[in-house]
Write a protein that binds this ligand. Structure first.
Ligand code: GLU
Length: 268
């Protein structure tokens, strides 16, 4: 029985793109889960979680209980990080965002690949900096990790068998200074703990799957299958975003639309 999930972050109201993603996930699974990805206390709000649950119910979706809320499970992510720490596969990084951007002047801000500065610190330098800063980002040493795992593959419903290329994204952050986990770590831990066999999500998250496949291998987890679906655009050809209040499900509902009307607006 294939388990799928819809895993929104409660940082705003759901829009048509989310409706498509949620209905897509539910249609692909024999069992369907809802997970609230609320690890970022600054951006996530309980009222958005309540609104997500209300909007998905209005759309006619049913999911298994309980709903997993990531903020309630930080110990699970810490345990996974400890395994990687114990094997020397993560290291503390003290660089500021500005330092990282300056070190890679030709990259565009959002896509800067970390140059690995703190990977090269000696144990003494690390201890000094730990004492000085007290908190650090924890980064995955991707090269060391790949030496342990060797080549890795995953099955993508659209593209077939693919080789994971996590090295393209550099040493990603697995736990942040301010949040003791990250999107990558918590998603991989949860999909494993919840038995999600088919991960469905938008193609905007396709590149993350390279990293997720590596984490699964390092942590000895089952390998999920993946189906990255297309993203919906508005009438101007732009992706729906949470800031577009006009296409939130609640705005459309307030205009008198029914859930069937919404479904008719979405691709098959
Ligand atoms: N929480 C992520 C988001 O709202 C989705 C995570 C996933 O499906 O892997 O974009």
């Amino acid at each position: 029985m294939v388990v799928t999930r819809f895993a929104p972050s409660p940082t705003g109201y759901l829009h048509l793109g989310h409706a498509y993603s949620a209905l897509f996930a539910a249609s692909k699974g024999a069992r369907f889960l809802l997970r609230i990805e609320d690890i970022d206390p600054l951006r996530c709000k309980p009222e958005f979680t309540d609104a997500i649950i209300e909007d998905l119910g209005w759309l006619g979706l049913c999911w298994e209980q309980p709903v997993r809320k990531q903020a309630e499970h930080l110990a699970d992510y810490a345990a996974a990080l400890d395994i990687l720490k114990g094997r020397g596969l993560v290291y503390p990084c003290f660089c500021t965002r500005r330092e990282i951007i300056l070190s890679a002047p030709h990259s565009d801000d959002a896509e800067v690949v970390y140059p690995g500065t703190c990977r090269h610190l000696t144990p003494d330098e690390r201890a000094d900096k730990m004492a000085q800063h007290r908190v650090a980002n924890w980064r995955l040493d991707v090269a060391a990790a790949l030496r342990e795992t060797g080549a890795l593959f995953w099955h993508d419903a659209v593209q077939g068998k693919l080789e994971a290329q996590p090295q393209i994204f550099g040493d990603v952050v697995l736990a942040r200074k301010d949040v003791p986990t990250s999107y990558h770590l918590s998603v991989v831990v949860d999909d494993y703990l919840q038995g999600v066999g088919l991960v469905t999500r938008g193609v905007d998250l396709f590149t993350s799957t390279h990293v997720h496949r590596l984490l699964q291998a390092l942590l000895g987890y089952n390998v999920s299958d993946y189906h990255h679906h297309e993203l919906l655009n508005d009438k101007n050809g732009r992706r729906f975003a949470k800031r577009d209040q006009s296409v939130t499900l609640r705005a459309l509902r307030a205009q008198g639309m029914t859930s069937d009307d919404i479904k008719r607006l979405l691709p098959e």
